[in-house]
Design a protein around this ligand. Structure first.
Ligand SMILES: [Zn+2]
Length: 440
């Protein structure tokens, strides 16, 4: 069977598991996914260990081909974001569907489809005796919940994970050229709840005489950025390094089409800081995004109650030396300064993690660069990524090995959204890269 057919077949099986880690009702599906991975690796000659005790099980599969060769540790995750067909999917999200030369399904690129590119190539190299490295796969099940116990697992299992370098493919390709990722933002998640009365109050009997929780919460959420698109929280930029001219120049050289950006995002405007290009803004500068607001009556018709409470979920993306816990404290202080004394509030934050910077001066990144050039027919871009990948810090700290980060997904892959997809052109390029990179 041609490799692409084998790939599609395995991806269909992999995507069919609803391995959603953000909701405990999917636990049976998580278990099924792990059993499937164990079987697939076992059938291809790997020795497999299923590690429990660190939240969802981790799958560690290793294949020693020749002790004289170096070892690559390939990281991936089998858990996915939730998906429901009525969220705008053209077909059932857990049935891999091929349409318009795209493989569509939850996990098609995040991350089942990407880690599978490396799996099928390693399997093929084993069969044809052309593997260039000994290989360990580490596939976890809590990436979408922030991998809370992964750092601890890596730190206490350095012998099991021992390798010469890490290979990770878990992102999108920007600028129409292959990418090597060189930095990731840190961040944290938080929940802000305001309370203005003990119970919702009749808007006829009380309207315009009592505070309204939604109005008060909106005061915080509405003005997080000033006229220059800078975050207004005092102290927020204290530990943000200014971006060097070299990095700015390199980012400005990455092909960027405003029209294409509008097409992919559906947004009508680019809201970067004055004079800052898109890649510098999302890769090297911090952000605060209110991602959820809940309050008041959401049922049919109208209840006309003045809400007593309202809640916002707020996501922070941080850079450089910004300390997530310090930022959370600064934000809480800011909220206190904005809200009037008659408003009570609680502010909780979770999963703080630091930004990461990737060392690119090593032979593994050099090899990736050369192979990408051959596989894609153009010179790779070194890219600062807006998202986070905190385990890179753990690999560096605990295993003392470098990471090579090569994203494989198309830029319009709809990660975390409806109709997540892996464009077949990108699948073909990805398979070519992986075959060359992992071969002799
Ligand atoms: Zn994800």
């Amino acid at each position: 069977m041609a490799m692409i057919e084998q790939y599609k077949q395995l991806l269909k099986d992999f995507v069919a598991f609803q391995s959603v880690s953000t909701d405990t009702q999917f636990q049976p599906e998580i278990q099924k996914t792990v059993a499937w991975l164990q079987r697939v690796f076992g059938q291809n000659g790997f020795s497999v260990r299923i590690i429990t005790g660190y939240d969802n099980p981790l799958v560690i599969a290793s294949f020693v081909y020749d002790p004289a060769l170096e070892t690559v540790l390939i990281y991936g995750h089998y858990d996915v974001q939730p998906a429901k067909v009525d969220e705008g999917w053209a077909s059932d999200p857990f049935t891999l569907t091929e349409m318009n030369r795209r493989l569509v399904g939850r996990g098609a690129i995040d991350n089942k489809g990407q880690v599978l590119v490396h799996m099928v190539n390693v399997f093929e190299h084993i069969k044809s005796k052309t593997l260039g490295y000994n290989v360990k796969f580490m596939i976890e099940g809590n990436e979408e919940t922030g991998s809370p116990l992964l750092e601890q697992f890596i730190a206490s299992n350095s012998a099991l994970l021992a390798a010469d370098f890490v290979l990770i493919s878990d992102g999108e390709i920007s600028g129409g050229k292959p990418n090597i990722e060189v930095g990731f933002r840190g961040g944290l998640n938080s929940v802000l709840t305001v309370k203005t009365s003990t119970t919702d109050l009749h808007s006829g009997l009380y309207g315009h005489s009592v505070p309204n929780a939604i109005h008060e919460l909106s005061k915080v959420c509405a003005d997080l950025y000033d006229a220059n698109n800078r975050i207004v929280v005092p102290g927020f930029y204290d530990d943000v390094d200014s971006v060097s001219d070299d990095v700015k120049k390199a980012n400005q050289a990455i092909p960027f089409s405003l029209e294409e950006h509008k097409r992919i995002s559906g947004a009508k405007i680019l809201l970067t800081e004055p004079g800052i290009d898109f890649y510098t803004q999302v890769g090297l500068l911090p952000a605060i995004e209110v991602t959820t607001i809940v309050g008041g009556y959401m049922g049919q018709g109208f209840r006309n109650g003045i809400p007593a409470t309202a809640t916002a979920k707020i996501n922070f993306r941080l850079v450089a030396r910004q300390n997530p816990t310090k930022i959370a404290k600064a934000f809480e202080k800011y909220v206190r300064s904005i809200l009037p004394a008659y408003v009570d509030f609680t502010f909780e934050f979770k999963t703080p993690y630091n930004a990461s910077k990737i060392d690119t001066k090593n032979k593994y990144v050099e090899r990736a660069q050369k192979v990408l050039e051959v596989a894609y027919g153009s010179t790779p871009i070194y890219k600062y990524v807006g998202g986070g990948l905190p385990m890179v810090n753990s690999f560096e700290k605990a295993l003392k090995i470098p990471s090579v980060l090569v994203p494989l997904a198309n830029e319009d892959c709809a990660m975390h959204a409806a109709n997540e997809n892996f464009a077949l052109t990108n699948v073909e390029q990805a398979l070519r890269f992986s075959a060359l990179f992992l071969g002799k």
